[in-house]
Design a binder for this molecule. Sequence first.
Ligand SMILES: Nc1nc2c([nH]c(=O)n2[C@H]2C[C@H](O)[C@@H](COP(=O)(O)OP(=O)(O)OP(=O)(O)O)O2)c(=O)[nH]1
Length: 148
Amino acid sequence: MTGLIQVVGGAVVDSLAGPAALLVARRSAPEHLAGMWEFPGGKVEPGEEPETALVRELEEELGIGVRLGSELPAEKPDGWPLNDRASMRVWFAEVTRGEPLPLEDHDELRWVDLQDREAVLGLPWIPADYPIVHALLGSVVVAPGRTR
Ligand SMILES: Nc1nc2c([nH]c(=O)n2[C@H]2C[C@H](O)[C@@H](COP(=O)(O)OP(=O)(O)OP(=O)(O)O)O2)c(=O)[nH]1
């Protein structure tokens, strides 16, 4: 055991087969993170599989059921470093049930156009997320002319 806090995040896209839009969420708490955008998700509970935790968090926070796609590859098995105590693994996901709502921890949700890199990167993300967002934008091939 490393004592690392394992966080999981969802790169929720409109379509796993041809992603054109990404669902981003603005945190409402805690105070030092309020107003910053993030991948919805949360901490893995003891004994829980990361994918199970992500499905649970997206249900709790946004009220949606999802199908998970591939993981956004990170350099380390624990995922992307968030700080000296926490790492986040990120999976692509597609909504299979419900309409996303900011039920918990967020005050706004937004679908952003993956072709508009500047708009996506211009959001005030949690600082640790910028390398993840860059990697995500580099990994998706957006079909021309497709928008949500
Ligand atoms: N969900 C999420 N958390 C992130 C991101 N980037 C980032 O630094 N974090 C940090 C913020 C928090 O310190 C931690 C995740 O904690 P959380 O508060 O979302 O976890 P949780 O829903 O399980 O909440 P709790 O039980 O601890 O109250 O990871 C991100 O993109 N998504």
